[in-house]
Design a protein around this ligand. Structure first.
Ligand code: GDP
Ligand code: MG
Length: 310
């Protein structure tokens, strides 16, 4: 893949001044930790709002949004720089098709796109206004884990779009949000096969997002959630906290991809299995046959025939 051109982050100027100030503060905090570049990978099912979230973060219509069309197979990386800081956001197509993992899309993401790149943050996107978590969610989590390793969840945020909603059955907003977050966290736990008490999954933050143009705003013009939080700075703050938390970014090299591919995993054991078979199966059989031959008494006709002269 050719590297995308890093453009000036002009979308930054479209944010209200309050948001700009908060974002510059956060970028400053990252720079204090010697981080001047972030690569954010955005994954999730189709139609959950991945591309819209990318555009909201960048502040531009950088990637295509089309509610009625399949997303295509290719991921897209948007690269922007501001105040000597480079932000790369990788939008990916949903990796589920017809109830199955779309392996072609996943292979493209892993091999041709992310190979030799570092993932600093995974945004695992789903909708807040969906009430069920099913096998499909676990399959997506499993595919991500099989591709990049369990450690990717150290660097993950669960992003819940469509956050401007009135919960059903008169449930208080915060209660609804925590129920939905817990259900998704459980799916991540199960899909990634994390062990009980594994601190990886219990520490994944859930962040609310509202991409709609009809999102409520505060008096400063910042897009806010029903609980009053300005969500763009809130999302960037959560990203910053994960980055400075001390866990490692994920470097996608050939070894990581090969080592985690379930089809390749057992390969190194093949010579060992052959050796074990040789010493513990073939050799004992040979010895047993040898003993049998030695012990064998010849039948009378064989003795008779051996003495007969022709
Ligand atoms: P993707 O397939 O995951 O990339 O999803 P898109 O970003 O293309 O969004 C699918 C549809 O959902 C589009 O019509 C978006 O306008 C809409 N959408 C995405 N995020 C939100 C959101 O937070 N709120 C609302 N109301 N609509 C959203
Ligand atoms: Mg999309």
């Amino acid at each position: 893949m050719t590297s995308p051109i890093t453009r000036e982050w002009v979308g930054f100027n479209t944010f209200p001044p309050e948001t700009q100030t908060k974002l510059l503060e956060l970028l400053g905090r990252l720079k204090e930790e010697n981080v001047d570049k972030l690569t954010i990978l955005v994954m999730g099912k189709c139609g959950v709002g991945k591309s819209s979230t990318v555009n909201s973060i960048i502040g531009e219509r950088a990637v295509v949004i089309n509610p009625f069309q399949a997303e295509g197979l290719r991921p897209v990386m948007v690269s922007r720089s501001r105040a000597e800081f480079t932000l790369n956001v990788i939008d990916t197509p949903g990796i589920i098709e017809g109830g199955c993992i779309n392996n072609q899309a996943l292979e493209l993401i892993k091999h041709s796109f992310l190979l030799n790149k570092t993932i600093d943050i995974l945004l695992y996107v789903d909708r807040l206004d969906t009430y069920r978590v099913d096998e499909l969610d676990k399959m997506v989590v499993r595919a991500i884990t099989d591709s990049f390793g369990k450690e990717i969840w150290n660097r993950a945020l669960i992003v819940l779009t469509h956050a401007q909603l009135s919960p059903p059955d008169g449930l208080p907003y915060d209660e609804f949000v925590s129920k939905r977050s817990e259900a998704l966290l459980k799916a991540v736990h199960q899909g990634a096969r994390l062990k009980k008490g594994d601190k990886l999954a219990s520490s994944i933050p859930s962040i609310l997002v509202e991409n709609s143009g009809r999102c409520n705003k505060n008096e400063s013009g910042e897009k806010i959630l029903p609980n009053g939080t300005a969500w763009i700075p809130n999302l960037v703050q959560a990203i910053t906290e994960v980055v400075v938390s001390g866990s490692k970014s994920i470097f996608v090299d050939q070894k990581l991809i090969d080592g985690l591919n379930p089809n390749e995993k057992g390969k190194i054991f093949i010579p060992l299995i052959f050796a074990l078979q040789f010493f513990f199966v073939i050799k004992p059989i040979e010895r047993a046959i040898g003993k049998d031959i030695a012990r064998e008494t010849k039948p009378s006709w064989a003795v008779r025939d051996a003495n007969r002269r022709f």
